[in-house]
Ligand binder design. Sequence first.
Ligand SMILES: *[C@@H]1O[C@H](CO)[C@@H](O)[C@H](O)[C@H]1NC(C)=O
Ligand SMILES: *[C@@H]1O[C@H](CO)[C@@H](O)[C@H](O)[C@H]1NC(C)=O
Ligand SMILES: [Cu+2]
Length: 222
Amino acid sequence: MKFLSTTAVAGALFLEAANGHYIFQKLTANGVQGGVYQNIRQNTNYNSPVTDLASNDLRCNVGGSSGASTTTVSVAAGSTVTFTSDTAVYHQGPVSFYLTKVASASAADGSTPWSKIKEIGPTFSGGSATWNLAQSYDVTVPSCVPAGEYLLRIEQLAIHNPGGAPQFYISCAQIKVTGGGSKTFSGVSIPGHVKATDPGYTANIYNNFTNYTVPGPAVSKC
Ligand SMILES: *[C@@H]1O[C@H](CO)[C@@H](O)[C@H](O)[C@H]1NC(C)=O
Ligand SMILES: *[C@@H]1O[C@H](CO)[C@@H](O)[C@H](O)[C@H]1NC(C)=O
Ligand SMILES: [Cu+2]
């Protein structure tokens, strides 16, 4: 009896882990896709989201405050990298990418200023919105940022459930930028980059949804 009930619980947890949500766990850089958590910090909350706007877990997910077991990959400034999730993103919401310069990508805790370098909102056509729901998302490392080590963070904010807490699906890659320039982007703290009152956080995507502003700071450009 005890064995059977334990098995049932384990089975339920497995189904939840397998079917619930999604997690970005691979990075493609220099045209080569790394293994699971090779260049992305491994989290400890499976594929569950973070929902607390004040939590440091918003930086690099639960369990991602350091990355000693993660390899830092060299990428040229101006080149494109790709984040890939275990299953395709299926909750509607925006995708944003943030970059923070650090002394050591494997040791950094994400408390340094983050600059948003790309955002993907919905497109509106004929009165309806279309979200870019995908398994992989590309981002170009800005050509003008200084060489050195960075955390590169992807944030998919699921706002599919108005009235419920929006869900942050987050992963941080560890990169070492080569080449580059000398531009310093403005940055914001995480947590703190998204406010509970932001229209892009509170939006009801099912009701009179005709425009959308992705939460967080403006995108920094070279
Ligand atoms: C829909 O939104 C627009 C712009 O935000 C607003 O002017 C309008 O009153 C809204 N309509 C309804 C029916 O809520
Ligand atoms: C849509 O535009 C209106 C008018 O500028 C603004 O008040 C509202 O916050 C916007 N909605 C979203 C979800 O960004
Ligand atoms: Cu979900």
